[in-house]
Ligand binder design. Structure first.
Ligand code: NI
Length: 227
C-alpha cells in the first residue's frame, strides 16, 4: 500500500532546506547503495554523516513525529536518519529493492527497513521525468508530489526513479522500522483508525461504540506491536 502524507514541511521550510543544501558540496549517490543498486543508481547525495544532513534530518524527524497521519500510517518504532538526494538532467535510479537492514555509523542504530519514504523537496513543475515508480501486488504506481509532501511505500517493493529530462529533483529519503512488522496488519490498523476518526467526527469520542472500537484499536496494537 502506498500512502501519501501532505504538508510534512511548509513551503517556507522547503525553501530554507533548499538554500542550505545548495550551499554545500554533494557526493556520488552510490556511497550508500548496495551492490546491485549501485549498478543502476545515478544521482548525487549530501554526505550522510555531514552536519547539514544531520541537522536537516532532525528537523524532518521532528516534523514526522508531529504529523498524526504519518504516525497512524507508519506506527514507527525507529526512523533512520533522513538522507538527501538530487537528480539532474540525464540522471535516474533503475529498478532495485532497498537493503533489508540499515545501520547508522554515528548513532549505532540498526533497523529492519519495513517502509521506505520519499519526501519531495522540489515542486513537480521544477523538473520533467523523475517519477517514483513503485511496484506492488496491485501493479505499478507513479508518484510525483508537491514539495513538502511524502509517500510511504513498502520497502519490499521493486522501485525506480525515472530519468530526469529537465530541471532538478531534490528529495529526502529514508526508511523506518514499524512497530507492526506485518504490512497487512498495519494496513488494517490504519483503516480502523481512519474509520474511528470518521465516527468521532459524526458522533463523539465518548460514544459507547466509539469507545469500544478505540479499545479494539489499542488492543490490536498491543497484540501485534514490537516495542
Ligand atoms: Ni530505493
Amino acid at each position: 500500500m502506498l500512502i501519501c502524507v501532505p504538508d510534512i514541511l511548509s513551503k517556507a521550510d522547503v525553501k530554507e532546506f533548499r538554500a542550505v543544501m545548495d550551499a554545500v558540496a554533494w557526493e556520488d549517490g552510490r556511497s550508500t547503495a548496495g551492490a546491485q543498486s549501485a549498478m543502476v543508481k545515478k544521482n548525487e547525495q549530501l554526505p550522510p554523516n555531514g552536519d547539514v544532513s544531520r541537522k536537516l534530518g532532525e528537523r524532518v524527524v521532528r516534523a514526522l513525529a508531529a504529523n498524526s497521519l504519518f504516525v497512524s500510517a507508519a506506527i514507527p518504532r525507529h526512523i533512520f536518519p533522513p538522507l538527501f538526494n538530487r537528480y539532474g538532467a540525464g540522471q535516474h535510479f533503475g529498478v532495485h529493492v532497498d537493503n533489508a537492514v540499515r545501520g547508522d555509523h554515528l548513532s549505532g542504530m540498526r533497523i529492519r527497513t519495513d517502509l521506505s519514504v520519499t519526501l519531495f523537496l522540489s515542486e513537480p513543475d521544477e523538473y520533467d521525468g523523475g517519477e517514483l515508480i513503485v511496484e506492488d501486488y496491485y501493479g505499478s504506481h507513479e508518484v510525483k508530489l508537491p514539495a513538502g509532501h511524502l509517500v510511504l511505500y513498502p520497502a519490499t517493493s521493486l522501485h525506480t526513479v525515472t530519468r530526469i529530462t529537465r530541471g532538478l529533483r531534490v528529495a529526502s529519503f529514508f526508511w523506518l522500522q514499524s512497530m507492526i512488522r506485518d504490512a497487512h496488519a498495519r494496513s488494517m490498523i490504519f483503516d480502523l483508525d481512519n474509520a474511528i476518526q470518521g465516527l468521532v467526527g459524526r458522533l463523539s469520542r465518548n460514544d459507547p461504540e466509539v469507545v469500544k472500537l478505540t479499545g479494539i484499536y489499542h488492543n490490536l496494537i498491543r497484540y501485534w506491536a514490537e516495542v
